[in-house]
Design a protein. Structure first.
Length: 268
C-alpha cells in the first residue's frame, strides 16, 4: 500500500430520474421517490443536469443533499442563461445567482460545470473576463469550477494559460463529437465519458472501464495518464487531485451500470 496521499475519486452519471433506468438499473421495489436515495448508494457522485434549465429552490437542494450518504457529492451543470450567450462578459449577474443558489448543496457540492455551446469560439479577452466572474466562494462555501468547451479553437496554449491561472478545470470529454483534450489545469479533474453503447451491459467494455480506473488513480495521485490527448507539453505540479468522472450521453440507459462498475474498480 502506498503512503502517498491521493485525492478522492468519484464516479456517477447525469441525474437519477430516467425512465429506461426503471428497467436497467432500479430494482422493482424502489419507488420513484426513493430513486436518488438508491442511486446515491450505487455510485459516488451525480451531475445534476436539470440546473442547466432551471435553478432549484434551496429547500429542494437541501432535500437532495439529505437523501444521500455522508461522503457523496453532487456536481451541477451551470445555467444556460450564464453560458449560452453571445457575450460571456455580460454573464456576471447570472453567474452570481447560480453560485448563490447551488451553495445550498454544501457540503456535498463537488464542482460546477460551466458548459459553453459548440458555436462559442475562443476569444482570449472574453474568456479571461468570464473566468474572473466565477466566484471562489458563495455563502461561505468554497466553489470549484470546471469549464466545458466544445469548439476546436480552444485547443491552444493561450486558453490553457488562462484557465490554469484561474485554477479552473477544463472538462475532459471522451468523445469524437467535441474537442477532447486532457490537459490538467486545476487542483481537481472533471471528466465526462460519452461512449456508452447499448450492446455492453456496463456501457463501456470492462477492459475499457479498467483503463479508466487506472487513469483515475493516476490523476488522483498527481500524475497524468500517458494515453490521453493533450494540447500542451506542460506538466502540472504533482499534487493529490480529486477526480470526478461521469457517464453522460451515449447509450444513457447503461450509464449507471458503467458508473457502478467503475466505482467498484477505483475503490480497490
Amino acid at each position: 500500500m502506498s503512503n502517498h496521499r491521493t485525492g478522492a475519486i468519484r464516479t456517477g452519471m447525469g441525474g437519477w430520474s430516467y425512465e429506461p433506468w426503471r428497467e436497467t438499473f432500479y430494482p422493482a421495489d424502489v419507488p420513484q421517490r426513493l430513486e436518488l436515495q438508491y442511486a446515491s448508494r450505487q455510485v459516488t457522485a451525480i451531475e445534476i443536469n436539470s440546473t442547466f434549465y432551471r435553478l432549484q429552490k434551496p429547500e429542494i437542494f437541501a432535500g437532495w443533499r439529505e437523501q444521500t450518504p455522508e461522503h457523496f457529492m453532487f456536481t451541477t451543470k451551470a445555467s444556460r442563461g450564464a453560458t449560452y450567450r453571445s457575450n460571456l462578459t455580460e454573464a456576471g449577474d447570472s453567474v452570481q445567482r447560480f453560485a448563490q443558489g447551488v451553495a445550498a448543496l454544501a457540503p456535498k457540492l463537488g464542482a460546477i460545470n460551466w458548459q459553453l455551446p459548440p458555436t462559442k469560439k475562443f476569444d482570449a479577452a472574453e474568456i479571461d473576463a468570464f473566468l474572473k466572474l466565477l466566484p471562489p466562494e458563495a455563502k461561505g462555501v468554497r466553489l470549484r469550477h470546471a469549464l466545458e468547451v466544445r469548439h476546436a479553437s480552444f485547443k491552444t496554449e493561450a486558453f490553457l494559460d488562462l484557465v490554469r491561472a484561474a485554477n479552473v478545470a477544463v472538462v475532459f470529454a471522451d468523445t469524437d463529437k467535441y474537442p477532447s483534450f486532457a490537459d490538467v489545469t486545476a487542483d481537481f479533474i472533471y471528466g465526462r465519458l460519452m461512449r456508452t453503447v447499448s450492446s455492453e451491459p456496463t456501457g463501456y467494455a470492462k477492459p475499457a472501464l479498467d483503463s479508466w480506473a487506472q487513469r483515475a488513480h493516476a490523476w488522483s495521485r498527481g500524475d497524468e495518464p500517458a494515453d490521453l490527448p493533450k494540447v500542451s507539453p506542460h506538466r502540472p505540479a504533482p499534487q493529490p487531485r480529486d477526480v470526478f468522472l461521469f457517464f453522460i450521453s451515449g447509450a444513457k440507459e447503461r450509464a449507471p451500470l458503467a458508473a457502478n462498475y467503475l466505482a467498484s474498480q477505483v475503490a480497490t
